[in-house]
Design a protein around this ligand. Structure first.
Ligand code: PMV
Length: 349
C-alpha cells in the first residue's frame, strides 16, 4: 500500500507591531492586529515532513529527534484535525481520491537554530507543520485560509505562512473566520531590508507568551489604551511606510511599538520583565547611532525575551555591525555580512 509523504519549511517572523493579548484563548483570537517581517534566508527555519500510512496506529510527532506528545484537543491536535476535515470533505466530493484522511500521520520536525534560544520557534514550527500536512493532503486552500489553522497552533505562526511583510488582521467575528494573515508586500518589494539578530541570552524565557498575555489582559489598563488608541493607527502607518519604502517611518514605528509592548508588560500585575541590562544597552546604542546619523537608520525590536532584532537597510549594515561589535565584543566574527539577510551575534552578558 502506498505511503504518502510531504515536506515543507517555514521561516521565523519578527513582529514590528506586536501581538500581545487574546480575546479568545481557545481559538487564539488576538486583542489587536499585528505586522511582521518574515526572515527569508536559510537560517532560522523549521522543516517538517509528514507521512500518512495505513499501518500507523496513531498520530505522532518528533521535534528535533525527540518525541513530543500530541495531546487530544491540544493546539497541535486542533491543527491536524482541521486539515484532516478539509481532506475528508475533498474525498467525499471526489470518490476517485485516495482515502488518506483515514490514516494516521507521523511528523518529523526540525529547527535549524536552537529551539530554546528565545527566538520564535513555535511560529516557524507550527507554520511548517500546517504547510507540510496541507501538501500531503493536496489541499486547495490559500495561505490565508491555512493561516486560520496555523493561528490556532500558535498565534504568530499564522504570519510565517507568508514571506515578506505580513499582517495578521485581528478580525471581528466570534468564530475567528476573519482572523487571518495576509501579505502587505513581498520580500522582493523591499529587498534592501536586513535584520541582525543579537542573541543576548539563549536561556528559555521566564514567562511564556501564553501566561504573560493572559496576565496582561486581566490586569493592565495600559493594554486597553494600546489596543484601542495606538495599534490601529500604527498598522496603517507602517503598512504605508513599507509600501513607500520609507525606512525612517518604519524604524520609528517599530521601535515605539516594541517599547509600547514592553511598557504593557511592565504595567501587568505582577510585572513581566523581558528585557535585561544588555537589551537596554542595545537600545541605547541604536538610539545613539540614529541621533548621530540625524535620522533613524536602524530599528530595534524585542519579543518576549531579551534578544534584540535590529532592522536596517543593507547599506547601513556595516555601521550597525561595527557598533554592535564594538560595544558587545564577541568571539564570532561576522563573515560575509552582505551575503546574508541577517547575522547572528552572540552578545555576552
Ligand atoms: O504566538 P506566540 O504565543 O508565540 O506570541 C508571540 C508574541 C510576540 O512574539 C511577543 C509578539 C509577536 O507578534 O510575535
Amino acid at each position: 500500500m502506498a505511503t504518502y509523504q510531504a515536506t515543507a519549511s517555514a521561516p521565523v517572523n519578527i513582529a514590528c507591531i506586536k501581538y500581545w493579548g487574546k480575546r479568545n484563548t481557545k481559538l487564539i483570537l488576538p486583542t489587536n492586529s499585528s505586522l511582521s517581517v518574515t526572515l527569508d534566508q536559510d537560517h532560522l527555519r523549521s522543516t517538517t515532513s509528514s507521512r500518512a500510512d495505513a499501518s500507523f496506529e496513531k498520530d505522532r510527532l518528533w521535534l528535533n529527534g525527540k518525541e513530543e506528545e500530541i495531546e487530544r484537543d491540544g493546539r497541535l491536535w486542533v491543527c491536524i484535525d482541521a486539515l484532516r476535515k478539509w481532506r475528508q470533505e475533498m474525498e467525499q466530493a471526489d470518490s476517485g481520491l485516495d482515502k488518506i484522511s483515514a490514516y494516521h500521520v507521523h511528523f518529523a520536525s526540525h529547527n535549524n537554530f536552537p529551539t530554546a534560544a528565545g527566538l520564535a520557534s513555535s511560529a516557524s514550527g507550527l507554520a511548517a507543520l500546517v504547510a507540510s500536512l496541507s501538501h500531503l493532503y493536496s489541499l486547495p486552500q490559500t495561505p490565508s485560509q491555512l493561516s486560520l489553522v496555523a493561528r490556532q497552533g500558535s498565534g504568530s505562526a499564522c504570519r510565517s505562512l507568508f514571506g515578506g511583510y505580513v499582517a495578521w488582521r485581528m478580525g471581528e467575528k466570534e468564530d475567528g473566520s476573519d482572523s487571518l494573515a495576509e501579505e502587505v508586500a513581498s520580500r522582493e518589494h523591499w529587498p534592501e531590508m536586513h535584520a541582525l539578530i543579537c542573541v543576548v541570552s539563549d536561556a528559555k524565557k521566564g514567562t511564556s507568551s501564553t501566561s504573560g498575555m493572559q496576565r496582561t489582559v486581566q490586569t493592565s489598563p495600559l493594554l486597553q489604551h494600546r489596543i484601542k488608541e495606538v495599534v490601529p493607527g500604527r498598522m496603517d502607518d507602517i503598512s504605508k511606510a513599507i509600501r513607500e519604502k520609507d525606512f525612517e517611518s518604519f524604524a520609528k514605528i517599530t521601535m515605539r511599538d516594541s517599547n509600547s509592548f514592553h511598557a504593557v508588560c511592565l504595567d501587568t500585575e505582577p510585572p513581566i520583565f523581558y528585557l535585561n541590562d544588555v537589551s537596554r544597552s542595545v537600545i541605547a546604542v541604536v538610539e545613539e547611532l540614529n541621533r548621530a546619523a540625524g535620522k533613524p537608520i536602524a530599528a530595534y525590536t524585542f519579543d518576549a525575551g531579551p534578544n534584540a532584532v535590529i532592522y536596517t537597510l543593507e547599506e547601513n549594515m556595516p555601521k550597525v555591525l561595527n557598533l554592535i561589535n564594538r560595544f558587545f565584543p564577541q568571539e564570532a566574527s561576522f563573515a560575509n555580512p552582505f551575503k546574508m539577510d541577517w547575522q547572528s551575534a552572540q552578545v555576552p552578558e
